[in-house]
Design a protein around this ligand. Sequence first.
Ligand SMILES: C[S@@+](CC[C@H](N)C(=O)[O-])C[C@H]1O[C@@H](n2cnc3c(N)ncnc32)[C@H](O)[C@@H]1O
Length: 187
Amino acid sequence: MSAPSEIPVIVSATLNLSRQRGFISATRHETGRLLATLAASREGTLAELGTGTGVGSAWLSSGAPKTARIVSAELDPSLAEDVQKIFADVDNVEIISGDWSTLEQYAPFSLLFVDVREVMESIDVIAGLLEPGGIAVLDDFVPSPFWPPIVDGSVDSVREQWLTDERFAAVEMLIDPDASLLIATRR
Ligand SMILES: C[S@@+](CC[C@H](N)C(=O)[O-])C[C@H]1O[C@@H](n2cnc3c(N)ncnc32)[C@H](O)[C@@H]1O
């Protein structure tokens, strides 16, 4: 193990919800620790698109200063309701039941965790939601040793676009041999 086994209490609560609901798409510890680390450098409003069982929100809140605000949107109302209960006593975290676009009213964001695949294809929209110096984290890529990146025999044009767009300084980061993410900072 290359990281402490302890995790924040609020992260444990969200992981318990993942287990109860059989939700298998929750954020990994490695990604969570990265989110907390990035969040610690942020002020203003941080956002997550696709709350799931709240794991990403929990990691963000464990790292962000208490003066920062965190908003997260989940399309599945019953999932959103369960996560709202977990964060009921956390003043600076708001879980919103609805489409990710309901968060546009809270922009600009100092950090945006994009965990809904189709939103990643909307680079112009995300660029418009970030403040200068704002960081986008895009999860759930399959590592590729090629350029342009190839997955299942096809070029991953979404990843290629994110890693070459002039509006961002971006990097792909290996989280595990089978998983990577993108970090893109808005110029
Ligand atoms: C990969 S999971 C999210 C995992 C979560 N971010 C975490 O940290 O564990 C993707 C979530 O996005 C939700 N979702 C899908 N489409 C959405 C949309 N248009 N707006 C908001 N949430 C959406 C799904 O219901 C699912 O819970």
